[in-house]
Design a protein around this ligand. Structure first.
Ligand code: SF4
Length: 281
């Protein structure tokens, strides 16, 4: 009898039941992790959301740094990153050719699958037939419609199985990202329960590049041509050092408008609305 009880207790200790992600309090977590190092938040996420965690990256320097942190932190565990984290990237159909080369280099370096997610072909066809292939230059509304079809909807679909995702957002990238919490709720998730984690929120651009160089990480070759933020080819261009890092994205629009909608709203400390939309819901 005694040994059965001990065995049951040991099994409990070995495999504690995980509470549902929705039981976590976003405001309390945001407060707890605000002073934490990036590694601490990534390590916690790998434990807390093991198998239910995605790293969403367009393979800019920040995303590769995050993958490097996760890869190193998972290194001591059986199976490494497998089973803990999946790497997701949006293939909008309008990426730079160099981005695809980088996908291969990242796969090789970390031994992970980079899961490319595509927009619905029928939705892209309808959009292009109606408004033309370069509709994004016509108006902010047309640009946002293209981002919605090619980015926001595919990501919402891809994230459905996950309880949390990691993103390389940094507060210093633009005015709209200044209030990015390190942990909050994904404002695009209709269930209101998926967590969005930005462990590099308080990193500077210099710190990101120091990490890339010290670790010899693969990076997008367009950075060497003056790009500081790289997305779709028709919507990215180089920017000057004195400009905000994202000044080369949708450069024909005003500063506040320059977001694709992936990071529209997150809920941070105290349940406040904040994030990459400048506070607009
Ligand atoms: Fe379309 Fe440009 Fe948005 Fe890419 S960044 S989805 S091409 S509007």
């Amino acid at each position: 009898m005694e040994s059965t009880t001990s065995a049951a207790a040991a099994a409990d200790l070995a495999d504690p039941p995980l509470p549902a992600a929705g039981d976590d309090d976003p405001a309390a977590l945001a407060e707890r992790f605000e002073p934490a190092a990036a590694e601490e938040l990534v390590a916690w996420a790998l434990d807390r959301y093991a198998g239910r965690l995605a790293l969403v990256t367009s393979l800019q320097a920040e995303g590769v740094v995050l993958l490097d942190l996760a890869h190193r932190l998972a290194g001591g565990r059986p199976g490494g990153l497998d089973g803990l984290l999946r790497v997701v990237s949006l293939d909008t159909g309008r990426l730079h050719p160099e981005t695809y080369d980088l996908v291969d280099r990242v796969r090789e370096r970390f031994g992970v699958e980079v899961e490319l997610v595509f927009p619905e072909a029928a939705a892209v066809e309808a959009l292009v037939r109606r408004a033309g292939p370069n509709l994004f230059y016509a108006s902010p509304e047309a640009r946002r419609e293209c981002c919605r079809v090619r980015k926001v909807e595919p990501l919402a679909r891809a994230l459905a199985p996950f309880d949390a995702w990691l993103t390389g957002l940094r507060r210093g990238q633009s005015a709209a990202r200044r209030a990015t919490p390190k942990i909050g709720l994904d404002g695009n998730d209709r269930t209101g329960r998926r967590f969005k984690l930005a462990p590099l929120a308080d990193w500077s651009e210099e710190r990101v590049w120091r990490h890339v160089r010290e670790r010899g990480l693969p990076y997008h070759p367009l950075y060497d041509q003056g790009y500081r933020s790289i997305g779709c080819a028709p919507c990215s261009r180089p920017s000057r050092p004195a400009e905000p890092a994202r000044a080369g994205r949708w450069w024909w629009e005003s500063d506040e408008a320059r977001e694709c909608g992936l990071h529209l709203v997150t809920i941070g400390v105290g349940g406040t609305r904040a994030g990459a939309n400048g506070g607009r819901p």
